[in-house]
Design a protein around this ligand. Structure first.
Ligand SMILES: [Zn+2]
Length: 239
């Protein structure tokens, strides 16, 4: 009877330690996922920020071009007015050339302005799309981040419970049995106690002899798997 209880505690201890192991893996993985999430969001923010800066630069160029165009038109207007004041034919011819040159220059500037406006429109539309996408991503990011942080907080609590329960169980297990448990555990890649169901060992997934399986169902003795040497117990999985 005594051994049956001790075995039950060993099984419980193994469950606590396995659970703690899983939680620890999660505890390590969650910050990595958080960081990945943050990096993805930041890199998209940077893309949109760059577009915003490009647009700012283009708007500045547009203002400059506007001023240049205005100055060009003013100069043309002034030259045309001066045309009526010239006295010699030579002066008149040279002034006409000057006007032609101004007109050509202004026309070039107008063409440049048209393509600049095209570019501006294209960039503005792109930025609008980018900003909407960024906002949607921000919402998703903040939601997911909050979820992962909640999970991370919960994990710390869960781990404490497992460690505390494991510690309590260890106190109730005789020292020699606990030593054996630790030995098997270190040889069995962290797992010392495993269930057997339908002759299959959960530790090594091999079948144990039918005779041993029958005994295991009734036994109150400490039994180990002939293949992996872990402590085995029968687990009724019929409901
Ligand atoms: Zn085994």
């Amino acid at each position: 009877m005594r051994l049956r209880e001790e075995l039950a505690r060993l099984i419980e201890l193994q469950k606590m330690e396995s659970a703690a192991g899983k939680i620890q893996a999660k505890k390590k993985d969650l910050p990595v996922r958080l960081k990945t999430l943050e990096d993805e969001f930041k890199s998209f923010s940077t893309v949109v920020e760059t577009e915003r800066e490009q647009l700012e630069g283009l708007r500045k160029r547009r203002r400059e071009k506007d001023a240049q165009l205005l100055a060009g038109q003013e100069a043309l207007k002034r030259t045309r007015e001066r045309l009526f004041e010239v006295k010699t034919n030579k002066e008149y011819q040279s002034m006409l050339k000057e006007i032609e040159a101004f007109e050509a220059k202004n026309s070039r500037m107008e063409d440049e302005m048209i393509s600049l406006l095209d570019e501006l429109e294209h960039l503005e539309n792109g930025l609008k799309t980018g900003e909407a996408e960024l906002e949607a991503r921000r919402l998703r990011y903040e939601e997911e981040k909050a979820r992962l942080e909640t999970e991370l907080n919960a994990v710390a609590g869960e781990l404490n419970v497992c460690v505390r329960k494991g510690g309590e169980l260890k106190k109730e297990i005789p020292a020699d049995l606990l030593r054996k448990y630790e030995q098997i555990k270190s040889a069995g890649r962290g797992v010392a106690v495993v269930a057997v169901w339908k002759e299959i060992c959960d530790g090594c997934h091999m079948s144990i002899p039918p005779q041993l399986y029958n005994e295991l169902q009734k036994s109150v003795l400490l039994t180990t798997c002939p293949n992996c040497n872990r402590i085995i117990y029968w687990e009724n999985r019929n409901g």
